[in-house]
Ligand binder design. Structure first.
Ligand code: AMP
Length: 397
């Protein structure tokens, strides 16, 4: 069911609108020692919602978390202040900042907002109630505003107070980013995406990907496996995997998934091995894994095989790197397959956030993908058919 959008909220002029955004950005030390935003991608992704609300004359209150403060107190290294400064540059308008969440200072700042003005609250996780999903904290946040908008897809799979409580108390809607995420991900979840529909699944741990594999295998035409999770499958098939990472407790599960998937499931047919990710000694491409090496990437024959299997696909869901992509030369499997997806006309690729999104952006091909999700965990949970608390809390369209 589609969720209510901003345009269905009626006139917003003069109304205080609380927008939950995901401005969990990396900070770094800038000139003169002051902290600055290291990567403003997440800010850019919510600009359409913020601009739209300003244009409608709303008084915009933004709230986000940043990093993992211990909670319950102010920790200056996690302050949102540098974010307010960068957002102001991107918007071309002042962004007020208040070093408070729901206290007297925040209430006064919210009350003083004029039509079209923007205020950013301090890091929501400075209050212990945020992560706990505390009703009281959520109520206090809602009391700052008259309308609520969720534009934080990346945290909507969590039960945090700012995404679950205010939408039950105020007229609420999905922001443009959340609405786009739902629109792009729903066909992948429902299996209604144009076929052939192929899943490329990588990453370190099979445990994290079992629910999504179980949900998608019946709905898709092929599943191409890479990354550390490959070796639990290969071990389950009785192959020698050397010192490769694997999950012994999941061998049975891996066997069952392979049985159910049959020919749909493809595994690496060659590998890049070394003694460790930090020490490429003995670095080699092999088809049979030696006992004293670990597999750290898929090899060139696998890359060619996967690109061949992806040829002619109309929809691809890609989640997780095919090797230890953070460390050269183990990035090549991920980079080649990602580039193939980015440069192949006719394939609509949806990248499932997290590491895969980072890899696509690093390669400069994110713009060539059909959609790059802003939520790693959230996109995975949504596609595997789970109800996301922050989305459930929003009214239907
Ligand atoms: P995940 O968080 O499950 O998506 O896994 C991402 C991590 O998996 C990345 O940090 C990769 O370095 C790691 N990874 C990918 N391939 C392998 C592999 N063959 N062996 C060990 N780790 C891997």
């Amino acid at each position: 069911m589609a969720k209510r959008r901003i345009e269905a909220l009626g006139p917003l002029r003069g109304k205080r609108v609380l927008v939950r955004v995901d401005f969990n950005v990396p900070l770094r030390e800038g000139a003169g020692g002051a902290m600055t935003v290291g990567d403003d991608h997440r800010l850019l992704m919510s600009l359409p919602t913020i601009r739209r609300l300003r244009d409608a004359g709303a008084r915009v209150l933004l709230g986000s978390h940043l990093g993992r403060p211990s909670g319950g107190k102010v920790e200056p290294e996690f302050s949102m202040k540098p974010v307010a400064e960068r957002l102001s540059t991107l918007l071309g308008a002042p962004v007020r900042f208040v070093a408070d969440l729901v206290g007297a200072e925040a209430q006064a700042a919210a009350a003083a907002l004029q039509d079209g003005e923007v205020l950013l609250l301090e890091n929501l996780r400075f209050d212990k109630g945020e992560k706990k999903g505390a009703e009281e904290f959520g109520r206090a946040l809602a009391a700052l505003a008259e309308v609520y908008v969720n534009d934080a897809f990346g945290v909507s799979h969590r039960g945090d107070a700012s995404v679950t409580v205010p939408p039950r108390l105020l007229p609420a809607a999905a922001g443009d980013l959340v609405a786009t995420e739902l629109e792009r991900l729903a066909p992948l979840r429902d299996g209604s995406a144009p076929r052939p529909y192929v899943v490329v699944m990588g990453g370190g741990k099979l445990a994290d990907k079992i629910p999504v594999l179980e949900a998608l295998v019946p709905k898709v035409d092929a599943v191409l496996i890479g990354g550390g999770m490959s070796y639990t499958f290969l071990k389950a098939k009785g192959e020698e995997i050397g010192r490769s990472r694997h999950e012994p407790e999941l061998l049975d599960t891996a066997r069952k998934i392979m049985e159910r998937a049959g020919d749909k499931l493809a595994l690496p047919i060659d590998h890049v091995v070394a003694t460790s990710p930090d020490d490429p000694t003995g670095y080699a491409v092999v088809e049979r894994l030696p006992q004293d090496r670990m597999a750290l990437d898929v090899g060139p024959r696998t890359i060619a095989d996967y690109c061949r299997r992806l040829t002619g696909a109309r929809t691809v869901f890609w989640n997780g790197p095919l090797g230890v992509f953070e460390k050269k030369p183990f990035n090549l499997g991920t980079d080649y397959v990602a580039s193939f997806l980015g440069y192949s006309g006719g394939i609509h690729t949806v990248v499932g956030g997290g590491d895969s999104a980072a890899a696509a952006r690093e390669l400069g091909i994110d713009e060539r993908m059909g959609w790059v999700s802003t939520g790693g965990g959230a996109s995975l949970e949504f596609v595997q058919g789970e109800a996301l608390p922050g989305i459930e809390a929003l009214p239907d369209a």
